[in-house]
Design a protein around this ligand. Structure first.
Ligand code: INI
Length: 159
């Protein structure tokens, strides 16, 4: 029996793309910095001159799947991380955006075979989003870790 598991060492060679939404950028910029901190501490070059990490900004979470799709299909990256913050507030727009981005990200991953990390916060309030983006913990860090694990796991799987 073989047990497949992703590793957290050896990430130095991983090529990563991050798609991040500008909407609610008070939150998403914090997620991005937490994510970059994680990647950097695992040996990934996150400097401006990096050839293994690229970042694409999109207007809002609704636009994430299209750009994630193009990056994943490029063959250049072993993993794509998506970062966004959809906050319910008083608008029914919330349900539309959440449905599209969650289904879209899942489809991109399955269609391309490239793992796409779902780093889109869905909360009722801005306070809850900020708590998950640094006030209490920074989930951006966790998304970076999950990206490393999935990149490694996919490379270890047969086929
Ligand atoms: N986009 C978000 O990323 N978060 C939100 O909370 C949000 N709300 O609530 O409207 C949001 N809307 C913009 C949307 O993602 C698109 O950018 C826009 O509809 C243009 O296509």
């Amino acid at each position: 029996m073989t047990v497949f598991e992703g590793q957290f060492v050896g990430a130095q060679s991983l090529r990563v793309a991050i798609v991040v939404a500008r909407f609610n950028d008070l939150v998403t910029a914090k997620l991005l910095s937490g994510c970059l901190d994680c990647l950097s501490r695992h040996g990934i070059d996150t400097s401006a001159a990096s050839t293994q990490l690229d970042t694409a900004w999109v207007p809002g979470s609704f636009e994430i799947p299209l750009v994630a799709q193009k990056l994943a299909a490029s063959g250049r990256y072993q993993v794509v991380i998506t970062l966004g913050a959809v906050i319910r507030g008083d608008t029914p727009h919330f349900d539309v955006v959440v449905a599209e981005v969650s289904k879209g990200v899942a489809s991109v991953s399955r269609d391309t075979g490239v793992p796409v990390i779902f780093g889109v916060l869905t909360t009722d309030t801005m306070q809850q989003a900020l708590e998950r983006a640094g006030i209490k913990s920074n989930l951006g860090w966790s998304y970076g870790l999950q990206a490393i694990e999935m990149g490694s796991l996919m490379a270890a799987l047969p086929g």
